[in-house]
Design a protein around this ligand. Structure first.
Ligand code: ADP
Ligand code: MG
Length: 564
């Protein structure tokens, strides 16, 4: 800004020199004319240099701010609790991290400097004009209050309009993102036209709002630009008259006239910079909505690591609602699980099995009651140390765009290749991995090879087994596997479950029979608990669930009598 202001000083100086040169001409003083021309050139060269430096510095600063903000937004997003992501569309968040950031950079890199530079020009030129001739200056600057007034009105009308534009850009991004992510469903149901219509809808909405905002700009910007012309006309008339009367000399008049011409530019720029400022403020508001949002689920400042233990779990009168309006997903859960035991969670879909598992990893905090592991309430435990001790395999096994080996060692990047391969063997994944073009180094995920659902699940199970957790949660983790593969995986899983607490969620008899004890959930409540035999005997709900999920009639559990 200092460089910008110094450059502006040169700009303001030049008309003064032009005026003096004009006087030199009218006095036929050639020496003075040379001097003035030289001074004008020097001022121009100096301004060039100053502007160059200003641009380089401003570019650096604005890019650096964008760079820092981008990282801050990303880190902050990662620190927010899962519930935040449940409630916000991915595309919306992406748009904040890209489009909004750019608007801020443009303002910092150009807008702010243009604005202060133009404002300074107006003030400096005004001051010089008053020194030359206060009376003429007053006439020339008469339209200025109207301009300030117009600019303020412009600001007031255009800010909300701009904010809405930004919001609709985000909706458009979200819409596009969803179509691309869901492309398989779109194609499978031949709904490209429908998706396009929805996209078109978002495009139209953005277009309408942009037009609205442009109309405001179209009205105000030329108005702000036109007002100085009135000043110029007044100066020509009154000043010209004064020169003819001999009240002021031609040089003063020329300087004045050049100032008026010169002011038209900066005054227009003020309007433009105001627009940029509007956009940046709107973008900043949206960005800081995310940045100012404190993570709701964090480690306490005095949090201790999870105490040593074998993974004894205790739910005490736990209930969970996902939102203030949402019905309770879990109610009155009292559950005690001894260290090292294997529990199956069974229940109709929507009965709260996944919610129960999520509480254990403290992905959410219970609405009432408490969850503890090895005697420590999870809210008092350091989150990282807790999650290092828990491996959760969900039914949608997400893999990163990376090699299979790196996907498996995701939770423990220090694992050796032997450990990775052992985990893969336990999860029955080694055979298909070795048959891949680059084996463990094959890149999978979005930008790599696409694995089948069952293959992905086995990689995800390998990842969990390698993590060597105190508590292992398999949430429908074998749902995409065929009965034969699941059978094969059983011995590996049994080995992996050996000395840790395990929760298996699923309806297959083969899955359920991995557990020593079964907890039956219905509508967010525990309705029964017992061994496979006991539940089969006394619970019709259990028989129904297992009957409908028992896709593997070939399988008969070793030592249980089952009446299906
Ligand atoms: P299950 O795993 O047994 O099928 P869930 O635990 O996934 O059941 O869901 C229990 C209830 O909580 C359901 O009514 C579901 O709609 C709701 N629910 C689950 N996850 C969320 C979430 N992230 N946000 C809001 N509601 C949820
Ligand atoms: Mg579930």
């Amino acid at each position: 800004m200092v460089f910008a202001w110094m450059a502006m000083g040169m700009t303001v100086l030049i008309p003064l020199l032009v005026g003096m040169a004009t006087n030199a001409v009218s006095e036929s003083d050639m020496g003075q004319l040379w001097l003035m021309v030289g001074a004008i050139l020097a001022a121009a060269v100096l301004r060039l240099g100053l502007t160059l430096i200003r641009r380089i510095i401003a570019g650096r600063v604005s890019l650096a701010v964008e760079f820092d903000l981008r990282q801050e937004v990303y880190t902050h997003l990662m620190s927010l609790e899962l519930g935040f992501f449940d409630r916000n569309q991915t595309g919306q968040l992406m748009s904040r991290a890209t489009v909004d950031l750019q608007a801020i950079r443009f303002f910092l890199g150009y807008g702010l400097i243009f604005f202060s530079q133009s404002l300074l020009t107006v003030l400096l030129a005004g001051a010089v004009m008053f020194v030359i001739n206060p009376w003429l200056a007053a006439i020339a600057l008469a339209p200025a209050p109207f301009m300030v007034f117009t600019a303020l009105r412009f600001t007031r009308q255009s800010r909300p309009a701009m904010q809405e534009v930004q919001q609709r850009v985000a909706e458009l991004t979200a819409q596009a993102e969803e179509s691309v992510t869901g492309i398989r469903v779109v194609k499978a149901f031949a709904r490209e036209d429908h998706q396009f219509e929805r996209f078109q809808g978002a495009v139209d909405r953005l277009f309408d709002q942009s037009i609205r905002s442009t109309r405001i700009q179209a009205f105000f910007t030329p108005l702000i630009g036109a007002l100085p012309q009135i000043g110029t006309a007044l100066v020509l008339l009154v000043g010209g008259h004064a020169v003819l009367n001999g009240t002021i000399d031609l040089g003063e008049f020329t300087a004045f006239y050049v100032y008026m011409l010169m002011l038209a530019g900066p005054l227009r720029t003020v309007g433009m910079a105001l627009g940029m400022g509007q956009r940046a403020i709107a973008a900043g508001n949206r960005l800081f909505e995310v940045l100012d949002r404190e993570p709701e689920l964090t480690s306490k400042p005095d949090a201790k690591p999870l105490p040593a233990g074998g993974g004894a779990v205790r739910f005490e009168d736990v209930s969970l609602s996902y939102g203030p309006e949402a019905p309770a997903a879990l109610r009155g859960i009292d559950l005690e699980v001894a260290a090292g035991s294997r529990i199956a969670l069974v229940g109709p879909s929507g009965s709260g099995k996944t919610s129960l598992a999520a509480l254990l990893a403290r992905l959410y905090d219970p609405t009432t009651g408490s969850v503890s592991i090895d005697g420590a309430d999870l809210r008092d435990v350091d989150l990282t140390s807790l999650r290092r001790q828990i491996a959760y395999v969900s039914d949608d096994s997400f893999l990163f765009s990376d090699t299979i080996a790196n996907n498996i060692s995701y939770a423990r990047s220090d694992a050796t290749r032997e450990e990775v391969e052992r985990a893969a063997r336990l999860a029955q994944a080694s055979e298909f991995i070795e048959a891949l073009p680059d084996g463990y180094e094959t890149v999978v995920g979005e930008r790599g090879l696409t694995l089948s659902g069952g293959q992905r699940q086995r990689v995800a199970i390998s990842r969990a087994l390698l993590a060597d957790p105190r508590i292992l949660i398999l949430d429908d983790a074998t749902s995409s596997l065929d009965a034969t593969t699941e059978q094969q995986i059983r011995s590996g899983l049994a080995e992996a479950m050996a000395d840790r607490t395990t929760f298996v969620i699923g309806h297959r008899l083969s899955t359920v029979s991995l557990a020593e004890e079964i907890v039956l959930l219905d509508d967010g409540q525990i309705v029964d608990r017992g061994s496979l035999g006991e539940l089969t005997d006394r619970s019709s709900l259990f028989r129904e669930l297992i009957g409908s999920g028992g896709e593997d009639p070939l399988f008969v559990p070793e030592d249980e009598e089952v009446a299906v």
